[in-house]
Design a protein around this ligand. Structure first.
Ligand SMILES: Nc1ncnc2c1ncn2[C@@H]1O[C@H](COP(=O)(O)OP(=O)(O)O)[C@@H](O)[C@H]1O
Ligand SMILES: CC(=O)N[C@@H](CCC(=O)OP(=O)(O)O)C(=O)O
Length: 318
């Protein structure tokens, strides 16, 4: 585990040429989670959309999973509905779920799709409900080792990647809202970090990049100070019980992703325009990067004939 002191206010260094860093990712799937706290103004959203299009034009297959927690909370407040989180997950009554669905699928997803499509007919929005892409079961939050009921919150138990792979094969950018369908047709609110992790694993993604509003995982939160630069899955596993708030699902997502075969999961500060290209793919990019344990990789090798499943990327259609 290595850490560094990070400035609290993000600096804006000049944009670097991203192409050398993207070369090894050509033809590969990269899942990018765009957090609600990283999309605080339209200029940031526009720069994010431009970065995603650069990835696509470089030959990478980006899949966007978006959040929108702050936007959901502000509409709930306007509607006089309670805003409550337990261990980083929103307590979701049926009324709250209606608002979550409206904001995620009706506002945030539409805006991101619109900004990407300013560059051409590239983005297609869907939610995890569509074509059974994400199937979830109701989950509790865990507080001090005990389960706490948080309503209609789901954990993804099955991913059907067909629709997303079909879009990627046509060189489209899927923009996925973190909602899922239960086996009986019920709808669940899924934390966007965990939805992104489940998709990254199922798509055999090369990377999961999570854009948020902090420089990475601070070792001594909320005092700030050091950002942990690199973590193995086992090191993160040991830290998880001590994490709080939004970092709980975020780091749990990174852990699940690398344990599902993703080669690296990185949390970066998305409040800096151009952060995705500058920090997301460089070997020495900023933020916190989680790597699989060598033991994990051996387990996957042993479990799967022919070694760990690596996506060769979607088949290209002419
Ligand atoms: N150890 C930690 N290091 C950094 N941030 C932390 C830590 N623990 C909790 N946090 C909180 O997690 C937040 C990021 O999660 P969240 O608010 O859910 O963001 P997003 O909308 O990007 O998913 C940070 O803004 C910070 O308040
Ligand atoms: C269960 C749960 O907490 N769902 C989240 C879904 C959106 C999300 O995760 O947004 P961010 O990435 O911006 O946090 C919520 O209702 O806020």
């Amino acid at each position: 585990m290595t850490s560094t002191s990070a400035p609290t206010a993000p600096a804006t260094p000049p944009p670097a040429d991203p192409r050398p860093q993207l070369a090894p990712l050509v033809g590969k799937v990269v899942v990018v989670k765009f957090g609600g706290h990283a999309m605080v103004d339209e200029a940031l959203q526009r720069s994010f959309a431009r970065d995603v299009v650069t990835l696509l034009r470089a030959g990478v297959h980006p899949v966007v999973v978006h959040g929108g927690g702050p936007r959901i909370s502000s509409l709930l407040t306007r509607l006089d509905l309670e805003v409550r989180f337990t261990a980083g997950l929103r307590v979701t009554t049926p009324e709250v779920l209606d608002v979550v669905r409206m904001v995620l699928a009706g506002q945030v997803q539409r805006e991101i799709v619109g900004l990407i499509n300013a560059h051409g007919p590239l983005a297609v929005g869907l939610t995890g409900e569509d074509a059974h892409t994400l199937t979830a079961v109701r989950r509790p939050a865990w507080v001090d080792g005990d389960p706490v009921d948080i309503g209609l919150v789901g954990d993804v138990v099955r991913v059907d990647p067909e629709t997303i792979l079909a879009l990627l094969s046509r060189r489209r950018v899927p923009v996925v809202s973190p909602l899922a369908r239960g086996a009986g047709g019920e709808v669940y609110n899924v934390n966007a970090d965990l939805a992104a992790a489940a998709l990254a694993g199922a798509l055999g993604a090369e990377r999961l990049i999570v854009l948020t509003d902090v420089a990475g995982l601070h070792a001594d939160w909320p005092a700030g100070g050091e950002v942990i630069e690199r973590l193995t899955a086992a090191e993160l596993d040991a830290l998880l019980p001590g994490l709080t708030g939004g970092m709980v699902p975020k780091m749990e997502g990174c852990l699940r992703a690398v344990r599902a075969g993703v080669r690296a999961a990185r949390v970066i500060d998305g409040r800096v325009p151009g952060a995705l290209l500058r920090e997301g793919f460089h070997d020495r990019g900023a933020g916190t990067t989680v790597f699989p344990d060598r033991a994990d990789e051996r387990t996957q090798d042993a479990d799967r004939p022919g070694g760990p499943h690596r996506s060769q990327g979607p088949a290209e259609h002419p």
